[in-house]
Design a protein around this ligand. Sequence first.
Ligand code: ZN
Length: 285
Amino acid sequence: MAEAKVSNDLTIEERLRALYNLQKVDSEIDKIKILRGELPLEVQDLEDEIEGLHTRIEKIEAERQEKETAISDKKIEIKEAEALIKKYEEQQNNVRNNREFDALSKEIEFQNLEIEFFNKNIKDFGFKIEQLTKSLENSQKLVEERLLDLKQKKDELEAITQETEKEEAQLKARSEEYASAIDNRLVTAYKRIREKARNGLAVVLVERDACGGCFNKIPPQRQLDIRMRNKVTVCEYCGRVLVDKDIEISMEELEKRLQEERALEAAKQEKRAKRRTSRAKKADK
Ligand SMILES: [Zn+2]
């Protein structure tokens, strides 16, 4: 575990180990994100679409209201024209000459044309209202469908989130802890490589003499450098930071294990040699 050390306090080996641990934790977070998949994006898209549909519905309703008001207005104008006609007809009964009668006839004819025109307007508005009502119904149906989709996606996301929420929060806290232990420059570089790299891997192990990220072979001298842990080595093909497969074990511990192995090997050899000598002695007898 990374203690809350200032970056400068860490040796390069400790920094490499912290970086490796950071990668492990971030990869765990990536796994949770993959589990959630496209769901957060799909939820967002649906919410945007529903909002857009609501705006559309409001607009259609406003336009329909406008047309209905226009129809009422035209109906009032028709009533006014009819009243004028009635007035002119009454006046025609009291004219003094033909000229006055003809002038009134012309007025009546004009008002009748006006009424015809207003009725045509009303018909057009009525047709438009029909169209608007249809598109309103379509939009409302679409909203209902999308709301159902949204509920389903949200429930799915909610289930996954509930399952992983606590784990993710813990991992994020650990990720921040590791990152804060490493110097900013290295963390920035790590993040940059991670963004570009497939699978989000910026720190990889040397496995079977190859880079664990791009699987290109690493020359023996370079592998030795990596095992020495006294500088940050990146893969010359993919740019990922390379660490040896035992990075989680300290050099001291590795050295101890190596000595133990050697001692064990030496003991075996000794035993074997003894057996050989005793067998040789028996044979001599
Ligand atoms: Zn590589």
